[in-house]
Structure formats: C-alpha cells, structure tokens
Design a protein around this ligand. Structure first.
Ligand SMILES: [Mn+2]
Length: 336
C-alpha cells in the first residue's frame, strides 16, 4: 500500500450522528433455515436469544482484493455444517439462543453513512441486552459496531487480532477507510471519557507504515507483533495481553491476524501470522477473565472452490460463544 500517497490533510475526529426517533423494535431475523448454525425456531427466535448475529456485507474501501461483501453469507453457510457443541466444556452455545438478523445492506452514499446505519442496527439490538456477534465485511464495519457499544457501555478495552494496525488517520480520500478503523475507534472511546489509544491492545501485527509508527511513538504504544509472540512463551505473552485489558473488552478479529496457512481467504494476507491454537488460547483467557461485551469477525474474502477459511471462522465464533456462556461448573470440570 506504500505507493499510495496519503491524500488531503488529515481529518480530526469526524463525528457520527444518531437518529433517536427510531424506537427500539424487534429487527427482522432469519427465523428458519439460513440462520447462523441453521438452528430450529426455538433456538433462533430474537426474543429468547442471548446472542444476536449481525451480517455486515461490505467492501467499498478495501485496498487490494474485493469480495468481502460475500463474507458474511459464506460464514453463515459454513456454520450449517459444524456442531457448536464444545467437546471439552461439554456445552452447546446454541442452547442460549442465537438469532441472526437480516443483512445490513450497504449505504451507497458512502462509508460514513453506512457506519451510521450499522451503529443504529447494533444499538437497536443492544437495547434488548443481546450479546452481539458481527460478521464482516471489510474492517470499516467495526467502527459502527464500536460506536453502538460505546453508547451502551461507555469506555472499554479493545482486543484486536490483526496483521495491520489500521491506525492511519486517513487513507485514499476518506477517514472511514478500512486502514483507519482503529484510529476512529480510539477516538470513539476517548470521546466517551476513556483513553482511546491506550485502550487498544493490538495482537498479531506484522505490517506497519511509517506514519503509524510515528503515532505509536508519540503515545508510547506497544502492539504485540506476531514476530515477538512466536519467539516468546505462550503463557507469558497471554498474561501480558491480559494485563493491558481493562474489565470490559470488545474483541475484534480481522481474520488476516491468522497466518494465511490457517485462513487464506482474506483481502490483505501477510505471512508470519498467528496459528489457530495461539488465537484460541488467548481468547479462552480473555473470555474467562474479562467481561467480553461483543465479538466482531471481519475481512473474510472468499476464495472460489474452497471453504477452509469460512469453516475456521464459524468454528472460531462457536468456540468463543462456548467460552462466553459455559457455566462455571463446565469450566471447573475442564480446567479445574
Ligand atoms: Mn488487517
């Protein structure tokens, strides 16, 4: 991406607006067949579900390969063929109810308007006290999710699994580019009274621009580079991550944080990434020891003729939902 000039002067803290005339109403759901997990009616009804899956197909600002608008549908489809039952927790997260909302269709006026549309949808679901699982779509969609979470919870930490920092102030003529999402999310947390930049815990990083490095240096921020994690004891770096996370955590997984040998179907793959066991190990600790307020998985960019990435993504979500909802007795039996 280095050959693209950073265009026009940086925008500082662009504001999102809300439409509060929209009353909280039960959103449209897939109530049979095509929902996440292909669950029966008793498990996928919005009213009884503790989890709400929100498909966010979008690929308007991505730099390299398009196709992320097809990501959410492919993740849903992959979810039909796996059992959510967790062998070691002996717990099925489908039992807490998982409703799947209708797609949030792209707003064609531009990324800011689309982010606002996503924020409204998430805010609506949050008013029913649901645990959100959002499916991207390019990483830009996460800004809308974050805006709704900030409105509901106030400041929180953000655990970001990613190959990229996404800390550019502006990219390819918009502050709402997918390369700027963590910068925007830090601003949202700061606006709610938190220390946005310090609330970011970025893990798996292996692609940094010089202006992003300057941002890190100015603020004394230290992301967790994949290179360093591979050279450190897993128990040690997981504890270092936990130390940096506050009591409430929003987990956002850009699938390119994984090594491409695990998840090849991403728009901007980078070698040297995290392995399945590493990501699952850190997420287990985070879900167990912090209050995770939402899970976001994004940047799935399907490759025709194979579904390994989609299946891994659906499995990752099922794993996280088991961590989130398994009762203490299940943990005690497994981990002691
Ligand atoms: Mn990325």
């Amino acid at each position: 991406m280095a050959h693209f000039a950073q265009t026009s002067p940086a925008a500082s803290q662009p504001a999102l607006s809300w439409d509060d005339s929209v009353a909280a109403q039960v959103p449209r759901c897939y109530d049979g067949g095509a929902n996440f997990g292909r669950l029966d009616r008793d498990q996928c009804q919005f009213s009884g579900a503790q989890v709400v899956v929100i498909p966010l197909p979008y690929d308007s600002t991505c730099s390299a390969r398009g196709g992320m608008r097809e990501g959410p549908a492919r993740i849903l489809q992959a979810s039909w063929w796996i059992d959510f039952y967790h062998s070691h927790l002996r717990f099925d997260p489908a039992d807490v109810g998982i409703a799947t909302l209708d797609d949030v269709h792209p707003h064609m006026a531009g990324p800011q308007q689309h982010i606002e549309r996503i924020a409204q949808t998430c805010w609506n679901a949050l008013q029913f006290n649901k645990f959100l699982v959002t499916l991207g779509g390019e990483h830009t969609v996460t800004v809308g999710v974050c805006a709704a979470l900030v409105r509901k919870f106030g400041p929180f930490s953000i655990l970001q699994i990613d190959a990229h920092l996404d800390l550019r102030d502006q990219w390819e003529d918009t502050p709402w580019n997918h390369a700027c999402v963590m910068r925007r999310m830090a601003e949202l947390v700061t606006a709610a009274g938190g220390d946005g930049p310090r609330s970011l815990v970025q893990v798996g990083i292996r692609n940094v621009s010089s202006d992003e490095q300057a941002y890190l240096d100015e603020r004394g921020l230290q992301p967790f580079f994949a290179r360093d994690l591979h050279a450190t004891s897993q128990q040690v770096w997981i504890e270092q991550i936990l130390e940096r996370l506050g009591p409430r955590v929003f987990v956002t997984v850009d699938l390119d944080g994984f090594d491409p040998s695990v998840i090849p179907a991403v728009g901007t793959p980078e070698p040297g990434g995290l392995y399945w066991q590493q990501v699952v190990a850190v997420l287990e600790q985070v879900f167990r020891r912090r209050q995770v307020i939402a899970l976001d998985v994004n940047e799935l960019c399907p490759i025709a003729g194979q579904n390994v990435s989609e299946v891994a993504t659906a499995r990752l979500i099922a794993e996280c939902l088991a961590y989130q909802f398994a009762p203490p007795a299940a943990w005690k039996r497994w981990r002691g």
